[in-house]
Design a protein around this ligand. Structure first.
Ligand code: GDP
Length: 549
């Protein structure tokens, strides 16, 4: 009987059905998200507390911060060592209740903002952490803007309530104004700093009293459906009770009710308050998160919309991590599974190379470990060992030609010519530059006029990382030369055959370059010249990101 199972058509339909049901369950279980914040707002601390809830780690301090603390440019090994740590924390997966949660690490350091932007293409939702005293900071603004443009569902967590900070209503205003969000608080603080008494959970209708005991993992909550109940005075005191009632009335009057659909569409952002360090308000955040945050979402490819529950596997590379050990030059490519199941040893089409590849040891990530997995589901991140086949944005499928959209480049902040300092090693230099650019370390622009190469980076730190890596990994030497650029703009003429475009190309020849994908880029040398160019050539559109439609 058993041997017949595989060929019996009735049984195989039953198996197919069981598989389909399980497949959908696996998708529904997954929550893949990123935590974004300005450095020091508490992203690492919050991540750690979330992992504690999932039982993925046993104690605080287990999650390493991958912050670049030094900006000393001499100590590259330190930079690399610190960056290296982020391999371990690139994906942190854990189980909580009946969900499988994948947290994707997003470096907060602004020199690595590109990394974070790209990671945001692989998340289904985000949690934004804001420091109660500092409010909305620069890096948060930039990252939230990207999420807003992409309509990624966001939950805001206002952290460090155990410290004196801004008034909660003022903060909500600031979040709305500076971040362009439409917020609705789902919890609200009772006092703050020295007077911090706890949090009223609007979503669950209960009070969580603050004891300042950071070792406490599970907090006790007091159910409180009806705030007019005089018990409230007994628990938090007369003044705090009056204030809380007043605040909640105001919230009801001013803020819209929580609307899950609006949240999922990116039109409304629920806000929680708490203190990650004290593990306070974190459970509330997590419980609400697993309930409302979206499971793996359908994803738009250039060719069509791909549904997560389609049987055929599709996935894309959103991050490549180099092995810092020069003896082992392989890299780890991180693939987000968008649809179907990713299986070990099954051949997949590398769409850009039009070639089938098999992977004998795909890695899955659990808290700080990585292990080989046989099957991964949509929403999961698979780490593939790579010897130079992949670049960021590459797609893997079961045969269909699919290109995932959504990994744009932004204008770098710094630009320098890169020169070969060892004529015998030109080949190595070019290979090194090529591979480092594939990893997304920086952007390469080749000038139209003379073919010279210009490297654009978000932070000055990357130049030294590149120089160091070229020398140690590729045996090539380079020098840099300043190239003053205000902004790189991607050029899109309304009519490529127009007189206006021809003139633009002629007059601006000196400032035109091709990026790595062959797109035309205008390197404006000042804000003024950018403005003048826009006025003079209104039918030549200048975009600040490489992706537009
Ligand atoms: P990240 O840069 O966003 O990852 O921030 P970290 O998690 O490393 O936190 C930065 C600093 O803030 C650390 O010293 C934390 O201990 C501290 N911190 C984080 N959460 C809280 C909190 O709720 N209250 C207080 N008082 N400090 C916190």
């Amino acid at each position: 009987m058993f041997t017949l199972l595989g060929v019996n058509p009735i049984n195989s339909t039953i198996f197919a059905k069981i598989f389909a049901v399980n497949f959908k369950k696996e998708i529904a279980k997954r929550r893949t998200f990123g935590i974004i914040s300005h450095p020091d707002a508490g992203k690492t601390t919050l991540t750690e507390k979330l992992l504690l809830f999932g039982g993925a780690i046993q104690e605080a301090g287990a999650v390493k911060s991958n912050k670049i603390k030094k900006s000393a440019t001499s100590d590259f090994m330190e930079i690399e060592r610190q960056r290296g740590i982020s391999v371990a924390t690139s994906v942190l997966a854990f189980h909580y209740k009946d969900k499988k949660i994948n947290i994707l690490d997003t470096p907060g350091h602004k020199d690595f903002a590109e990394d974070t932007f790209r990671t945001l293409t692989a998340v289904d939702s985000v949690i934004v952490v804001i420091d109660v005293a500092k409010g909305v900071e620069e890096q948060t603004e930039k990252l939230v803007e990207v999420c807003r443009m992409r309509k990624i569902p966001m939950i805001v967590f206002i952290n460090k309530l155990d410290r004196e900070g801004k008034d909660a209503f003022d903060l909500l205003d600031e979040v709305e104004q500076k971040l362009g969000l439409t917020v609705t608080p789902l919890s609200f603080p009772i006092g703050m700093g020295y007077d911090f008494k706890g949090i009223y959970n609007i979503y669950e209708k209960n009070i969580n009293l603050f004891s300042g005991d950071s070792k406490k993992n599970i907090e006790e909550t007091i159910a409180f459906d009806d705030l007019s109940n005089p018990e409230l005075e007994k628990i938090i005191g007369n003044k705090a009770a009056d204030d809380l009632r007043e605040h909640l009335e105001l919230i009801q009057a001013v803020y819209p009710d929580f609307d899950k659909e609006a949240y999922l569409k990116g039109d409304q952002q629920p806000v929680f308050f708490g203190s990650a360090l004290n593990n306070f308000g974190v459970r509330e955040l997590l419980d609400c998160f697993i309930e409302i945050a979206p499971p793996p979402r359908d994803k738009k490819a250039e060719e069509r919309m791909v549904r997560a529950d389609e049987k055929q596997m599709t996935g894309f590379v959103f991050k490549i991590h180099a092995n810092m050990d020069p003896k082992h030059r392989d890299r780890l490519a991180f693939v987000k599974v968008v649809s179907g199941t990713f299986e070990r040893n099954k051949p997949y089409l590398h769409v850009r190379h039009d070639k089938k590849l098999k992977f004998s040891s795909p890695n899955a990530f659990f808290a700080e470990k990585k292990e080989i997995v046989d099957v991964s589901f949509p929403g999961d991140i698979v780490g593939l060992h790579d010897t130079g086949n992949f670049k960021i944005g590459d797609t893997l499928t079961e045969g269909e030609v699919i290109h995932y959209k959504g990994i744009p480049s932004f204008s770098p902040e710094h630009f320098r010519y890169i020169n070969n300092a060892d004529p015998m090693k030109a080949k190595q230099l070019n290979k090194g530059i090529d591979q480092l650019m594939d990893e997304g370390v920086a952007q390469l622009f080749t000038l139209e006029m003379n073919g010279r190469k210009v490297i654009g980076t978000v932070g000055a730190l990357q130049y030294e990382v590149i120089q160091y890596r070229l020398e140690h990994e590729y045996g090539a030497k380079c020098t840099y030369e300043n190239f003053p650029v205000h902004k790189a703009c991607w050029v899109e003429p309304e009519d490529p055959k127009s007189e206006e475009f021809a003139e633009f190309k002629r007059v601006k020849q000196k400032f035109l370059a091709k990026d790595k994908r062959g797109q035309l880029v205008f390197l404006a040398d000042s804000a003024f010249s950018l403005q003048m160019t826009q006025q003079k050539y209104p039918k030549v559109k200048l975009h600040f990101t490489s992706e537009f439609d």
